[in-house]
Design a protein around this ligand. Structure first.
Ligand SMILES: Cc1ncc(COP(=O)(O)O)c(C=O)c1O
Length: 397
């Protein structure tokens, strides 16, 4: 199969299985080539103007665009139901490019209180160093959101499934309150296989593509998708600030994307089994998973996530940091402590010491992130093997 013309109404698994292709791959390799090139030769000044102006398809300089970047970004856009996309050096690169394109000094953004720690840290940095105004709100307090946007607001930032407490945002309700204010959704934990924020009122969706979209723990990349006019501005900022991806990372991300639907299905099933198992372990005081009845958003999850709640879960040890340390030392065989998520391997992480360490202890407490909270990223292993290792290690805490 070569340069494919996208067909309408394909199942996500069919779209994903073909990830990484670009219409100009005309030499018919069975795997897409990697365009490891800094720049592209140009026939004439006339052609330079036509490509730069968008009248002619082509590429000039890899920081601005490259077939591997375009292929991956288009695949994600298609899966998310968006018009266009841009791939960046990391998830944080994607957020940086969006913020540089959408907000200016003195302007106001609202953001969910529980977010990936570095997202909050970047907003706080822009507030203290560049005069951005930021108001945080609890995602279930829609009156607080209404009050916050009484001040002219340029952007609202939420996570569809929050890191690390797996809160599910009521995106249609938030979008309705926002009206014309753009809604930017981090959908790293959900992926388009479980939830499509644009169909629920989001304007832009971004991912740490280093996580599920790639799924093999071997690259750094980010991606943003949304309307063409905004993506054009965001791509320009990505290029200006140099947070562009590189061709091999984009190629790897597209390769990983091909198995995304299968992986999301598998991790959702295993996570529910492991979460149910952890509820029966006496050393665990709380299990957080939206597929469990006692999760505050269980009913919302049933509605918004009909294909499963994903592979992330969290649990708490009453013994705090010392108990977590003992647990990690005893998870010696198949579950490493690795400060990432969505690898093919199951991994554990410690939000208070990694993803959310840049918050103060009081800020973490306000978000429900205690010193005994462990984040578990379920991989592709056999659930019984995971339960055996977790049960044995937890018994030592
Ligand atoms: C939910 C979420 N969003 C964004 C990011 C940032 O992505 P990256 O590490 O690719 O910059 C992360 C990283 O862990 C994340 O978990």
């Amino acid at each position: 199969m070569t340069a494919e013309t996208p067909e309408p109404n394909l199942d996500p698994s069919t779209i994903a299985a073909r990830a990484g292709w670009s219409p100009d791959f005309i030499t018919r390799p069975s795997s897409p080539p990697v365009y490891l090139t800094t720049a592209f030769d140009i026939e004439s000044l006339e052609q330079l103007d036509a490509v730069a102006g968008g009248q002619e398809k082509g590429y000039i300089y890899t920081r601005d665009g490259n077939p591997n970047h375009e292929a991956f970004a288009n695949d994600v856009a298609r899966l998310e139901g968006a018009e266009a996309g841009v791939v960046t050096a990391s998830g944080m690169g994607a957020l940086t490019a969006v913020l540089m394109a959408m907000v200016k000094t003195g302007e106001h953004v609202v953001a969910a209180r529980v977010l990936y720690g570095r997202t909050g840290q970047l907003l706080n940095h822009l507030a203290s160093s560049f005069g951005l105004k930021v108001t945080y709100f609890d995602i279930d307090d829609l009156d607080a959101l209404k009050a916050a946007i009484a001040v002219p607001t340029r952007l609202c930032i939420v996570e569809s499934i929050s890191n690390p407490l797996l809160e599910i945002a009521d995106l249609p309700a938030i979008a309705q309150i926002l009206g014309e204010i753009p809604l930017l959704v981090d959908s790293t934990f959900a992926t388009p296989c479980l939830l499509k924020p644009i169909s629920q009122g989001a304007t832009l969706v971004w991912h740490s593509a280093s996580k599920y979209l790639n799924g093999h723990g071997d690259l750094m990349a980010g991606v943003v998708v949304g309307p063409k006019n905004l993506i054009r501005r965001i791509r320009a900022m990505s290029s200006l600030y140099g947070v562009n991806s590189n061709p091999f990372e984009s190629w790897l991300a597209a390769r990983g994307l091909r198995s995304l639907p299968l992986r999301m299905n598998r991790v959702s099933q295993t996570a529910l089994q492991v979460a149910t198992f952890l509820q029966s372990v006496p050393q665990v005081s709380r299990v957080v998973y939206p597929g469990l009845k006692d999760h505050p958003h269980f009913e919302r999850a049933k509605q918004c996530l009909p294909h499963g709640c994903g592979g992330m879960l969290a649990f708490e040890l009453p013994g705090g940091r010392a108990a977590v340390d003992t647990l990690f030392r005893h998870l010696a065989h198949i579950i490493p402590f690795s400060p990432t998520l969505a690898d093919s391997r199951t991994t554990v992480s410690y939000p208070a010491g990694t993803s959310h360490k840049f918050m103060t202890a009081a800020e973490r407490a306000a978000c429900g992130i205690s010193d005994g909270l462990v984040r578990l990223s379920i991989g592709l292993e056999d659930p019984a093997d995971l339960q055996r290792e977790l049960g044995a290690a937890l018994a030592k805490t």
